[in-house]
Design a protein around this ligand. Sequence first.
Ligand code: ADP
Length: 810
Amino acid sequence: MGFSVHLQGKIAHEALLSRQDAEIRLMDSMKRWIVNKVKCDRDYAISLSSTAAQGLKTTPGDDLAGSLVATSWRSIMEELDNTAKQIRQNADSIESKALDALNSLNVEKRKVRKLYQEEHTRILLQFTHLSDEVNRKKTEYQKYLELYKLMRSRFEEHYVKSGRGGRKLDDVRDKYQKACRKLHLTHNEYVLLLCEAVEFEKDFRTVLLPGLLEHQQSLQEAFILSLKHILQEIANNSDLSSEKFREIHKRIENCLDTIKPHEEYKDFTEKYKSTPAEPIKFTFDESLVEDSAGKLLPNQLTVDNLTVEWLRTKLNDLEASIKENQEKRNQLTNSHEGLANGKTTPTSEINNRLSTNVDTSKKEINELKCQERKMLKQTELIKSALNELGCEEVPSGCDLSLDNQTFISNSSEQGGSETHLSKRSPFNHQKLVKMLRKPFRRKSAPSSPVAPPRTRHSRSDSAPRSEGGDPVSITTNKSLVDEEWFHGVLPREEVVRLLTTDGDFLVRETTRNDECQTVLSVCWGGHKHFIVQTTAEGHYRFEGPAFPSIRELILYQFNSSLPVTGRSGAILYKPIPKERWELNNDDVNLLDKLGRGNFGDVYRAQLKNSNEIVAVKTCRVTLPEEHKKKFLQEGRILKQYDHPNIVKLIGICVQKQPIMIVMELVPGGSLLTFLRKKSSNLTDAQLMKMCLDAAAGMRYLESKNCIHRDLAARNCLVGYNNVVKISDFGMSREEEEYIVSDGMKQIPIKWTAPEALNFGYRMPAPDNTPDEMYRLMVRCWEYKPEVRPNFEQIYTVVDTLCAAYRVSFL
Ligand code: ADP
């Protein structure tokens, strides 16, 4: 399959030329590629070399003294630099050898192509030329043949005409002979030319053209060989697995072999070895709770009304987190075991030790375990704190009984007057003790458990106890609410105020989350409140035995002298009866509505046992607990005052909802309305007398250190004979100092001290105001409080004015 035999055709010739052109273009591409490759290799070598230099530069020195990894790293960086040098060297080599060779080859290739084309054209022209000659000779031959024929016919014609002689004949003969000679010569030339053409044609086909093609083939194959050598050269210089690179790699591997994890930290550990760390103790700073009056104890959770919900939520959250944590841990443990038992692959050495799920999950499991332990401890702490509470009502975290204490001390200062409502009657108390004790005597009572042995808190030395009295049967159908020591929904603050000595107790009701609970409140080293527990059978108990009724339960606790709960140790010594003003709701018959107050409607009402007509303020059942307490505040304040110009408290009804305050009925209603409607009918003397009433009431309050804070005509009531009585003690306080409250909606502007308003307005004197009276008003508005008159002085001035009007008051 050579060129000489198969590529003689015209098409093949042209294809051969095209092929050579394509080969030249290929070589051009190769050239460009080599230039680029050399550049890339050089750039790469430069980058590699600079990363190696950086790698060496960033290696910290002293801190890694003795580190095998660091030493190995430095060597690897050096080898990396060697790699860069080798790459550079190879690139140089490619440029100097392969690129140069390719350049010369390219030039040669172009020459060879040109020569081939010229030679081919040349021999082809020769052949064409010969063919043309043959054709030309043939045409000539035909021309001389025609001439010969003409001359011969002319000679024959003359010869016949003139015989054998004559000049004309000679002439014609001569021409005939010449034509004959010319024809013969041309014939011979034609024969020879044909002979040459035949031979040339044979040579062209069998010698010249095949020769040219054969030569061309060998040249082209020689080029291919050269190209192969060039590519080989490039390949050799691009071989990253060549001996030189292998040597570098070998050295890198040797470096890596020097890294031994177990020896890596030998020097380091030796240098920094120290004894294991001492555990750090977290201790409670006891000074933090010094001022908490025992409410906050070091290392103990505080369970009170402020924290109990939070603790319960926290407990729930913790338990949920523990559960979640355990599930997660179980999952991880299972997958960890799966991984640990699984097959290891050859490349898993590092993976197993560093980054596989096995170690990650082990670490996570440990973390989860720690978290769980922590949460379990917290859960235990909260649970035991909540459990310890047992049936005790959650204690109050923020004791608002401070006011009460002030109240009590104020009350006791008043001595033994009849109006001292907080003083309990000893007679009543003795009666109560009897009532409590009697049922216990009936040992055969089916619901009473066997009497427990007396404790050291035996009531034999307890003063209020009386052994006398008529026996009362347990079968008495007296209910709990009829007991003197049952105080209904009396607020806790009131309860706390009533229980003053260890062993004092009473029973009350409270509402928690819309559920009515019966609470036994006891004074025992503070105030303890025990919620009566209901058993599945519907019986009642604390920690001890259960009874069919709460009353029996309380009697049992009282008679047995056993602590209500082990934790509290609280023993019931002295039942505290209701105070005089603690009325039953059923004692009051509401008649008609008098007005509407801030907390609820105000009624005219009748007391059932005395038929007395009274005024009753009711507190809406739906109001929040805080508001109800505030409502009762007025009752608490009022009950200690007794003055003709102060509205009188008769009692409070807290046995059940709605809670009510019972007061003397002041029939004229509010002073504001009264004045608006009737002032024109009143004489100046009458009006002055009303001022004097108000001043007298205020002078009384002043003497009791009571600040009303909301004195205004709308808060005064008008009684018989136009007597003015101060009312509405909802905002009043017993204070050493006046506290200016902000944000009050209904502030009594006209009567409020200027600094309380920070406002310059002074009301002008109403018509017919006596000058002296207006002067007094202006003095009351003095900017500096110390310049203003007190109520004692005010009373004196008004009293003098009244005298001047010669008004008889009595
Ligand atoms: P609150 O203090 O809740 O705002 P008020 O003391 O202002 O309630 O009473 C509302 C209305 O009820 C008064 O304006 C008055 O008409 C009437 N009222 C209040 N107390 C008595 C009373 N003791 N005698 C007669 N009416 C009274």
